[in-house]
Design a protein around this ligand. Sequence first.
Ligand SMILES: [Zn+2]
Ligand SMILES: [Zn+2]
Length: 340
Amino acid sequence: MKQAIMIKPKEIEFKEVPVPKITQRQVLVKIMRIGICGSDIHVYHGLHPYTSYPVVQGHEVSCMVEKVGKNVRKFKPGDKVTIEPQVSCGHCYPCTHGLVNICNELKVLGFQTTGTASDYFAVSVDKLVKLPDDMGFNEGAMIEPLAVGVRAIQKGGEIKGRNILVFGAGPIGNLTAQVARGMGASGVMIVDLNDFRLSIARQCGIDYTVNPARQDISQELKGAFGPDGADLIIECVGVNKTMDMAIELSRKGTDIVVVGVFGDKAAIDMGMVQEKELRLFGIARYIIEDFQTAIDLVTGGRIKLLPLISHEFGFYDYAKAYRHIDEKKDQTMKVMIRVN
Ligand SMILES: [Zn+2]
Ligand SMILES: [Zn+2]
């Protein structure tokens, strides 16, 4: 089978490797689609702090079960599945307290351990999540980023009837905003400087889209949600500027969920956090239960995934996909690799 190996930043080689053998508790899956996300792009540019080369990428994935190990009962050949791509140790403090996503020795597929960029992949049965038979492979590969949105919203507490402000209309911001809406938020506003991304948010049914280059967010907030503004703010960009805006625009005594991945150390106005009695919550990825919640939201018709997919490339055009992302950043949302 073919495997795509990133031998160094910006260089992908295809190698012929044997189809992996599976153990009794593993499943061999045929890889169908791989979504490219922001972290993958950092690896492509050599800017991911916790990834070394060579690396096989791929962690947002949809697949089909090819073969199951002797002790696997839950799955059978032909099942559509996705993979929860975190490998945790199982015995550290976070692992034994329900927080396997922040395991002290966490390895994520495609970063610190081999990802799914190959025709077939052997995976432990505990990491597989069944997709509905009628779900498309492109949608299936977006359950992973959607699970991030699920965790972000659940971390923010009760969502029903509340007004939510989301910074960032990229895939994670969009999906987080959709989860908020799908779980019963009364109003959702999304902020981004990119009109293309805001138009996708509108296609996905987000109530209010704001471009701060032209609009005053605080005015828009008052107009949409009344004088008390948003009940919860979610930061999905990961830069100082939006974090500052989040703190400034927050109502006293409210929460900010931090989902964006910060490349640089952010300078946060702690005086304001203290004086306004704000609570800042960080969220890192998801736990496997969030995948099922994500799937249920999609099958319940509460999430639109397909408007997010702006481009699709064949497996051998993996590098071309990255070049496209670099050249057309402003017109790109989720890029899919069609492996099979
Ligand atoms: Zn990702
Ligand atoms: Zn652990």
